[in-house]
Design a protein around this ligand. Structure first.
Ligand SMILES: Nc1nc2c(c(=O)[nH]1)N=C([C@H](O)[C@@H](O)CO)CN2
Length: 118
């Protein structure tokens, strides 16, 4: 299956279990892989025949900015479900990275792959 990839989407939001994390928005970085067949769009050059990566990025940004999850596991599951439901792709890989969370690390991440039920 072909894939449309979003890399390093930056969103600031309230997320985490520590007292300071409930008050100060912090940076999340997102990687998203959208499984989709791109051939119809490639033949027609019609954006309606494919998944608009700008629309996905904007929708995720809005959803996450309005959220206040405790765990990035929950955030990842809800974002994957939103993408499957609203953008009609059969499978999504979603990686959320929290670079400001743990001192002396580059980052910490959760990665999930979810498919739409038939
Ligand atoms: N598996 C997880 N571990 C931790 C999380 C999380 O969301 N998933 N969150 C935290 C804190 O919020 C962290 O950002 C700072 O300690 C700790 N562990």
């Amino acid at each position: 299956m072909d894939k449309i990839l979003i890399r390093g989407l930056k969103v600031r939001t309230i997320v985490g279990i520590l007292p300071w994390e409930r008050k100060i928005p912090q940076l999340l970085l997102l990687d998203v892989d959208l499984a989709t067949d791109i051939r119809a769009a490639a033949d027609s050059e019609d954006i309606s025949q494919t998944v608009d990566y700008s629309a996905v990025a904007e929708r995720l940004t809005r959803f996450i900015q309005e959220s206040q999850f405790l765990l990035i596991e929950t955030l990842a599951e809800r974002c994957a479900a939103l993408i499957l439901e609203e953008f009609g792709v059969p499978e999504v890989r979603f990686l959320v990275s929290k670079p400001e969370a743990v001192p002396a690390t580059d980052t910490v991440c959760i990665e999930i792959t979810r498919s739409r039920h038939a």
